[in-house]
Design a protein around this ligand. Structure first.
Ligand SMILES: [Zn+2]
Length: 162
């Protein structure tokens, strides 16, 4: 399998640069004809989306951009989603083996102003136990309902990396 070739085919060029706000993600999702379900709302009432792909027994939860200024994994996720929706044999195989639940942007308010924290100034990655924020509760509720076998908490290293 030529992974580099696949990357060039399914890369979502509209998701470009460090600043990836929710509106851009919504446009790309629309272009891919994805059915993103609204499963929650941020502090500033932006939708928190959930997307499920695949029919397999093994459940994989992936969430991105809980730090609003860490957009690299969101971009990678949509390349992966575009690939999963294709007719590539490897994509079909993955969808037969796995049930993916994807939260493409856990912190859309932070993404809008390109900051780590949410609109209340809380680092959501430090709020997983206290659950003081609506975005944290959304993530926990999806986790409890979905009961994943594997969970990917997707981050960047530092904002200087794109
Ligand atoms: Zn992070």
């Amino acid at each position: 399998m030529d992974y580099l070739n696949l990357f060039h085919i399914y890369k979502q060029h509209a998701l470009f640069g460090r600043y990836i706000p929710l509106a851009l993600v919504e446009r790309v999702a629309q272009g891919l004809q994805l059915k993103m379900e609204v499963s929650g709302a941020s502090v500033n009432q932006r939708p928190l989306y959930q997307l499920e792909i695949g029919t397999g027994a093994r459940k994989v939860l992936l969430w991105s951009q809980m730090h609003g200024n860490e957009s690299t994994t969101t971009k990678a996720l949509f390349d992966f989603i575009a690939f999963l929706g294709s007719d590539e044999p490897e994509a079909k195989r993955l969808c037969r083996h796995f049930h993916f639940c994807i939260l493409p942007m856990v912190n859309p308010d932070g993404a809008e102003v390109y900051t780590r924290v949410n609109a209340n100034g809380v680092d959501l990655n430090r709020d997983a136990v206290a659950l003081t924020q609506p975005e944290s509760r959304f993530l926990r509720e999806v986790f409890e309902a979905f009961q994943p076998d594997l969970a990917y908490n997707l981050h960047d290293q530092r904002t200087i990396f794109g």
